[in-house]
Design a binder for this molecule. Structure first.
Ligand code: MRU
Length: 345
């Protein structure tokens, strides 16, 4: 299996997702500031994966603080948390993981060395839990898929695979489980402009596992659905509001509208930690805006004329009424029923 974030020999190893599929490179992270930069520049990306990376970043920051005074240590750790929180605004898993690490620090009594050790163990627990969570999402997910045809064609957007989590994936976790159970014919992967996570990462993951995959450009989805080529859409999520409105990679919203127009079921697969019960609805979710070069530059080539303006939101919000079900590690829920997913197991 593919693990994008690994704790090894006192440092964190990240698969450099900016270089795939051309090059498989591993980056070694020793310091919290380098982890923050790796998250900001998308060496590590995908909501659950940046949560796990940030948890290790908190530990790296904790071991950089040289003091035996508890208050001084906790103040120093708050600064590390602030730095990591400032990297990317939309994926709530980042804030969730940092919050869990801070809570661990406040609740652990003992010497600074003991608190640091507990923080490392907590980061490792968050890492291990995420893999189990994704496997549970995958297994609940394939059962929620349409019963016919026997072998489904699933369209997905962006990369919600092993690379975007601690391993196995959310939307691609559902795909993996469906493949294992003989319920999958093929994946259609949207290329996902502007950063092409679908064409580069989802396609690469499928190829690694021998899952048949067809890459299409984002503007081909409606045509494919009209031709009856797609049986279900399964996507991941960066943050889900309490009412089920879901922020995910830009382009997800238009895909959901197109799916509704063609009667194709539209599933969101995400861990409970991606649900932000503090936000009543999707309009409250902060949307990251990234540098315009992601639009005007392809490789080394500038593709637009000078004198134009750019708008580059990295995520959009799909209204709950376009979502067939939200698949979590605790089962599949109607978007209006999300409160139940906290208690089920
Ligand atoms: O900007 P990215 O590549 O971090 O965005 C990732 C996505 O939008 C994924 O679909 C989402 O995080 C779900 S990952 C399991």
């Amino acid at each position: 299996m593919l693990y994008p974030v690994v704790w090894q020999n006192n440092s964190v190893l990240l698969i450099d997702q900016t270089r795939l599929p051309g090059e498989y490179a591993v980056v070694e992270i020793h310091r919290s500031a380098d982890m923050a930069e790796a998250i900001r520049t998308m060496i590590v990306r995908g909501a659950p994966a940046i949560g796990v990376a940030a948890a290790y970043g908190m530990y790296l920051g904790a071991r950089e603080i040289e003091t035996s005074d508890r208050t001084e240590f906790l103040n120093g750790l708050e600064k590390v948390a602030q730095l990591l929180r400032s990297t990317r605004p939309t994926a709530v898993n980042l804030f969730w993981a940092i919050g869990r690490m801070m809570q661990t620090a406040y609740e652990t009594l003992g010497t600074i060395t003991e608190i640091q050790q507990t923080l490392l163990e907590t980061a490792q627990t968050i890492n291990a839990e995420d893999i189990q969570t994704c496997q549970a999402i995958g297994d609940h997910g394939f059962r929620a898929l349409p019963k016919t045809p026997e072998k489904l064609i699933i369209l997905t957007h962006c990369n919600a695979g092993a690379l975007a989590t601690a391993g196995y994936g959310t939307a691609l976790g559902v795909v993996r489980s469906a493949w294992r159970e003989g319920r999958l014919a093929r994946v259609f992967a949207d290329e996902t402009r502007p950063r092409l996570q679908g064409a580069k990462l989802t396609a690469w993951e499928c190829v690694q596992e021998g899952i048949p995959v067809t890459v299409i450009t984002d503007n081909m989805a409606a045509h494919c659905m009209k031709q009856g080529l797609i049986d279900a859409v399964v996507v991941g999520a960066d943050r889900i509001a309490a009412n089920g409105d879901t922020a995910n990679k830009i382009g997800t919203y238009s895909l959901a509208i197109v799916a509704k127009a063609h009667n194709v079921p539209f599933f969101v697969a995400a861990p409970v930690s991606t649900i932000d019960f503090t936000l009543a609805e999707g309009s409250q979710i902060p949307i990251e805006e990234r540098h315009p070069s992601e639009i005007y530059q392809v490789g080394e080539t500038i593709i637009t004329p000078s004198g134009v303006e750019y708008y580059n939101p990295a995520f959009d919000v799909t209204p709950a009424n376009l979502i067939t079900a939200i698949i979590t590690e605790n089962g599949a829920f109607s978007p209006g029923d999300l409160v139940k997913c906290q208690n089920n197991s």
